[in-house]
Design a binder for this molecule. Structure first.
Ligand SMILES: C[S@@+](CC[C@H](N)C(=O)[O-])C[C@H]1O[C@@H](n2cnc3c(N)ncnc32)[C@H](O)[C@@H]1O
Length: 457
């Protein structure tokens, strides 16, 4: 796969300028920034973040933006709008990214003080080399990264030249400047890692870049929150506000919760991962052959239903949308519930001898761990748990390195940032599977105890 060259920008960028410029610009534009709020460099890489330099009380307004400051859709220029229409809906960040690129190309863009403060490089895996992408070791994410790279390369090589040819050079969407796959990748990464969903006047949600607010880093235990006020554009303040979520001490970071995001999304869209992320999962495609292999891995004999489900079992798998024309076969391992509820129900029903009990308890209940006793009997539930453990073991197979090998690599100072990120990503996935195996085994132990207690003497 072709590597996207790192973007070179003509301006001096964020490294050459004061962190106060952006705060001053927001104030000049009618925004409010509490004097205690400061933009600071976080590390040698030049990453920025907001901190409180004095104590702040919970509920205090930290930043307030008027409605004209956010950079958001729609796109007014026809050539750019036509280009944005060619972007698939799920790559929404690219649509706003096109507008960001067009503004960056303008000599006197209103948003220049903001654009100039954006990072020059991003750490998302679309900027990795082919080998670094392979180091992620997790097929679903490798697939997504390759698709994004292909899109960027194709959009730069075909869609942009086609629009310029159709519309003429005088209506060039980027003011005559050449935009290659690397520049597109920069814009998509800038938007995906910084845009917030904001309600527009028509009440529809719209991704928007919020200058200064987007200098808040992420935490699942945030110290601040974003509040949107309903205001007409005639009213100046406040439109969007960052409010202290708790009392802040001098030196506390202003961190927002970006949402319940998995490490897949954090890596692809933000270029970082969170260890023990409660929203992370491992994805699998539901296939009976895989479940059969999981039985064997768990040392169980797979009943014939695993190769040929009875008609009533097939009907229930269709109802769970794991088989049939409307099937969506992606299921997950990990998280609070340990496994996808549809997967739990499927394994339970495949081990059941007849459908009468399931009909009485209902397919909803079959998907839940909440029943006080084993739903279809202790023997059934033990086999279900062992099969799910076997499935987790199989899910570790695509990872060629062990967690301890990953740790050894992470302990080396000289590894590149990309390899470090890829290794952190894959080791977290493996840890998630190990945690899931432990939780399932704990359930199994407690069931075995119940079985012993209830067994006739
Ligand atoms: C909305 S921006 C926040 C400001 C950013 N630090 C900057 O220098 O412009 C989001 C980016 O900040 C970084 N970031 C935010 N929260 C982070 C976290 N908890 N751990 C690591 N990086 C984080 C990531 O690079 C992410 O793409």
């Amino acid at each position: 796969m072709a590597r996207l060259a790192l973007l070179r920008r003509s301006s001096s960028g964020r490294e050459g300028s004061s962190t106060e410029d952006l705060v001053q610009w927001v104030r000049q534009q009618g925004g409010r920034v509490l004097p205690a709020v400061h933009l600071q460099r976080q590390n040698a890489r030049g990453d920025l973040g907001l901190v409180a330099t004095e104590a702040v009380q919970s509920g205090e307004s930290l930043i307030a933006l008027p409605p004209h400051i956010p950079l958001s859709l729609p796109i007014d220029e026809p050539a750019l709008a036509a280009l944005a229409q060619r972007v698939p809906e799920k790559l929404w960040a690219m649509k706003l990214g096109l507008k960001l690129l067009a503004e960056r190309a303008k000599k006197h863009s209103f948003w220049w003080p903001y654009i100039h403060k954006l990072p020059e490089r991003f750490r998302m895996p679309v900027f990795f080399s082919g080998d670094e992408i392979q180091q992620l070791q997790y097929p679903p994410i490798i697939h997504q990264v390759k698709k994004r790279c292909e899109f960027l390369l194709q959009f730069a090589a075909e869609d942009i030249p086609n629009i310029i040819r159709d519309r003429g050079n005088d209506k060039h969407p980027f003011g005559g400047q050449q935009v290659d796959a690397s520049a597109l990748g920069w814009a998509m990464a800038a938007v995906s890692s910084r845009a917030f969903c904001v309600k527009q006047s028509g009440e529809s949600d719209c991704p928007s870049l919020l200058p200064l607010v987007d200098m808040c880093n992420h935490s699942f235990t945030p110290t601040a929150r974003l509040v949107q006020h309903h205001t007409s554009s005639a009213q100046l303040l406040p439109f969007l506000e960052v409010v202290a979520q708790q009392d802040l001490e001098r030196g506390d970071a202003l961190v927002l919760d970006y949402g319940p995001l998995s490490n897949d999304i954090l890596l692809l869209d933000y270029g970082f991962v969170i260890p023990n992320n409660p929203h992370d999962r491992v994805e699998l495609r539901f296939e009976l052959q895989l479940l059969e292999a999981a039985c064997f891995a768990a040392g169980l004999h797979a009943p014939s239903s695993f190769t040929e489900p009875a008609p009533w079992q097939h009907a229930l798998l269709v109802q769970l949308k794991l088989q049939g024309p409307d099937a969506s076969q992606m299921v997950t391992l990990g998280g609070k519930d340990q496994v996808d509820c549809r997967l739990l129900a499927a394994v339970r029903l495949l081990y059941a001898e007849d459908g009468s009990k399931i009909r009485s308890i209902g397919v909803e209940m079959l998907q839940s761990w909440d029943a006080p006793t084993a739903l279809l009997g202790l023997a059934n539930e033990c086999k279900v748990l062992r099969t799910l453990v076997g499935l987790c073991m199989l899910a570790t197979a695509p990872f060629p390195t062990s967690i301890s090998e990953d740790q050894d690599l992470l302990n080396q100072d000289e590894i590149s940032e990309n390899i470090r990120l890829a290794t952190e990503f894959r080791t977290n996935k493996k840890q998630l599977l190990i945690n899931t195996i432990s939780s399932l085994q704990l359930r199994l132990q407690s069931l075995t105890m119940q079985e012993l207690v209830s067994a006739p003497r």
